[in-house]
Design a protein around this ligand. Structure first.
Ligand SMILES: N[C@@H](CCC(=O)N[C@@H](CS)C(=O)NCC(=O)O)C(=O)O
Length: 207
């Protein structure tokens, strides 16, 4: 299997999942500005132009990070990284995955995109301030709900944690100080010291 990624981007989440599952995999970096990679024109791999993309064992390409992580976890159901089919926990995990995708991941997007989307400095600043406010509300909710739990699902690390950790690691790039949420900073340290997380970050040249 091969994961197409961009350093530190949302593709880090399935990368962490690959490492957590100790799968045999390769990674290939994508230049998102040029839409190119060593394999050639990235748009031929994913016409949507976005990472992550997984080339599965059968040679097909699978896109959408949430789905890639679920697919990978289902290759090793004994791993506990994603609750078993038919359990309520599985839907709780999907509930977190969807929250991270739509509220946290896409909550960060305007903070990165403001430079491109707005022409005036005032517009850029207003956009960033507004979206930092929205993200702050989501993180208030997250901090209160997680409490002092080790992980989103309680005691067990799941694919939702790989995704949340990835998105929250962007805070430093957009001037959002996580120190205002002690539960979240402790969580980031806990997840950030997992061997598989360190491995994936090293493979992306982040450490
Ligand atoms: N719907 C996709 C979105 C992934 C996404 O937002 N990827 C970003 C990086 S974090 C990207 O590739 N941006 C470049 C682009 O879309 O041109 C998913 O959930 O996997």
């Amino acid at each position: 299997m091969k994961l197409f990624y961009s350093r530190g981007a949302c593709s880090l989440a399935p990368h962490i999942v690959l490492a957590e599952l100790n799968m045999v995999y390769e990674v290939e970096a994508v230049d998102l500005n040029k839409k190119s990679c060593v394999s050639g024109d990235f748009l031929k791999i994913n016409a949507k132009g976005s990472i992550p993309v997984l080339r599965m064992e059968n040679g097909e390409f699978l896109t959408e990070g949430q789905v890639i992580s679920q697919y990978l976890a289902d290759q090793k159901p004994e791993s506990n990284i994603y609750p078993k089919f038919g359990t309520t926990e599985r839907y709780r995990c999907q509930e977190w995955m969807n929250f991270v995708a739509t509220e946290i991941h896409k909550g960060f997007s305007p903070l990165f995109g403001a430079e491109r989307l707005f022409t005036t400095d005032a517009g850029k600043t207003e956009c960033k301030t507004a979206y930092k406010g929205v993200l702050t509300q989501k993180l208030n909710y997250l901090s209160e709900t997680m409490g002092e739990n080790d992980f989103l699902m309680g005691k067990t690390f799941t694919i939702a944690d790989a995704y949340l950790f990835t998105c929250l690691s962007w805070s430093k790039h957009v001037g959002l100080d996580l120190n205002q949420w002690k539960n979240i900073t402790t969580y980031m340290e806990r997840v950030g010291t997992r061997p598989a997380v360190i491995r994936a970050m090293k493979e992306e040249g982040m450490l």
